[in-house]
Design a protein around this ligand. Structure first.
Ligand code: HEC
Length: 473
């Protein structure tokens, strides 16, 4: 066995060049210097770091260095310019040159912020006047504890603790169950799942495996009511390595019944290759007000293929997978799921003879991202639409997450095998509901308040928007 190189630290730079080549993302930050006021750390850079970086880059948490003070930041100025210009940090890989651009909890930097960082570094990374420094932001008291990205939850449910040896084969199985202790039925507005572990990030800097910041590479949850039954509208989305929180459609809250228990019945654990780790998951639920009733349902329509055949040592390999929408649907999210070799995915909708690219994104199996559309950007697609994903793979040594570039690899459950899946949730709609939603979207597009991408029937004559309209044309 070949020891993995120091992957985590080198990951981002290499990954980006691949993604740039494959999906053409990235943005230029040159040519912005000029007769502008001096950019300083205290005035311009510290606020950006507070807003977009310190939830991870603080002492004794997952990032390799804290970015709190000027002294901590200065040695990394060039690395920060590079990673932000390539959009590998913060971890949010949406290609900004194509597709829908409006997401809930978008953690990425604006072009302007990236430009400010670049100008600051080009000017020699000056500190500026201490009086300009903004007051520190609130961070968890225990430095090793993750930030709740959506704020303090109404209910936190903790899984049993697992111990994963430093070097061990991947493992799948049940780890127990936890009662929610909930005294009355409540509808869930958002759920945030985070792994809490005892790994010192300085240990991980010695190397490690793909996704090695976390040992839970996925977790599927069951929800049993007091009678042991599961309600079909109660599903909690799967957790994946490094994944961001879910915010559900406001009309499709998810039921958490009184006296229910969370079953941790299907977990994939992956050793980090460096140090024995104790870890548990915390599920943070935020509720709708009491008395809330959902007016829409939702469904998961995850799709992909197991026919994965990747040649060794070759970049720019592509695999496609398809599904057909069985109902008119509002698509709530784009969640590319690949494994170590995956470097990007595009998501397209084919209807009425036209193909629309909804989104393309880079991929990094340390950070599985669930890109959730805002209400006015969520695609509205009629029944019969073909959904297509194209996964991009790089099996060369240039991809720092590839363990052995000389190997052929195929589909498999281990993080070092391959996978290609997209995990969208949808709100299914009757023809009437769909026609109404399309009319509303049409007006918003005309008023410049909604994206024109992802609503093919918005361009049909008024009143012809329902899923059945195609047959009558
Ligand atoms: C969600 C957590 C998270 C956020 C938010 C985040 N980082 Fe990181 N960052 C990490 C981790 C973890 C690493 C180690 C590499 C990896 O896992 O991708 C890292 C690596 C880096 C590196 C490379 C360090 C090196 O050794 O060269 C730079 C530079 C960096 N981050 C800058 C930033 C900046 C600037 C921001 C905000 C604009 C930011 N990061 C936001 C978690 C984060």
């Amino acid at each position: 066995m070949v020891e993995p190189p120091n992957r985590l630290r080198r990951l981002s730079a290499v990954l980006t060049s691949t993604v740039l080549a494959v999906v053409g993302s990235g943005s230029s930050v040159s040519g912005q210097a000029g007769l502008q006021a001096e950019v300083t750390f205290t005035k311009d850079i510290a606020p950006i770091l507070q807003q977009k970086c310190q939830s991870c880059h603080r002492p004794n948490y997952i990032a390799p260095m804290a970015l709190m003070t000027y002294e901590q930041v200065r040695p990394y100025a060039r690395a920060i310019r590079q990673q932000t210009a390539q959009r590998t940090m913060p971890p949010w890989y949406i290609d900004r040159t194509i597709g829908i651009q409006s997401f809930k909890s978008d953690m990425s930097l604006s072009d302007e912020q990236i430009g400010t960082i670049a100008r600051w570094v080009e000017a020699g990374a000056p500190e500026g006047s201490p009086g300009d420094l903004p007051p520190p932001i609130a961070l968890p008291e225990v430095s090793s504890s993750p930030v709740w990205e959506l704020g303090e939850p109404d209910l936190i449910v903790r899984s049993p603790t697992v111990t994963v040896k430093a070097v061990a084969p991947d493992w799948w199985g049940a780890i127990g169950e936890t009662p929610t202790g909930l005294a009355e039925d409540r509808y869930v507005r958002s759920v945030e799942i985070r792994e809490v572990n005892d790994v010192d990030p300085r240990e991980l800097a010695r190397g490690g495996t793909v996704g090695g910041l976390f040992v839970f590479h996925h977790a599927n949850f069951g929800l049993a009511g007091p009678d042991g039954q599961t309600d079909p509208q109660s599903r909690i989305p799967a957790h994946e390595v490094g994944r961001n929180p879910d915010q559900f459609d406001p009309r499709a809250g998810r039921l958490l019944r009184a006296g229910s228990t969370i079953l941790f019945f299907d977990n994939h654990l992956h050793a980090n290759g460096v140090v024995e780790t104790n870890a548990h998951l915390e599920l943070g639920f935020r509720f709708h007000p009491k008395g809330y009733k959902p007016t829409m349902e939702y469904r998961g329509i995850g799709f992909g293929t197991t026919e994965v055949d990747l040649r060794p040592n070759e970049a720019n390999q592509e695999i496609d997978a398809y599904t057909v929408l069985q109902e008119n649907a509002k698509i709530l999210n784009f969640e590319p799921h690949l494994h170590a070799t995956g470097v990007g995915m595009c998501f397209q909708a084919i209807w009425g003879g036209r193909t629309e690219t909804l989104n393309c994104a880079g991929y990094n199996h340390n950070w599985v991202r669930n890109y959730q559309y805002t209400d006015d950007s969520a695609p509205l697609l009629p029944k019969g639409t073909i959904l297509k994903i194209t996964g991009y793979f790089d099996t060369t040594a240039k991809n720092p997450l590839v363990y052995e570039p000389r190997n052929w690899t195929g589909w498999g459950n281990r993080s070092v095998d391959n996978m290609i899946v997209n995990l969208p949730y949808v709100v299914p709609m009757t023809d009437e509901q769909f026609a109404e939603a399309v009319d509303e979207r049409r007006k918003k597009i005309a008023a410049g308040q909604a994206t024109p991408i992802g609503c093919p029937t918005c361009y049909l004559p008024e009143g012809a928007a329902a899923g059945s309209s195609r047959a009558s044309r």
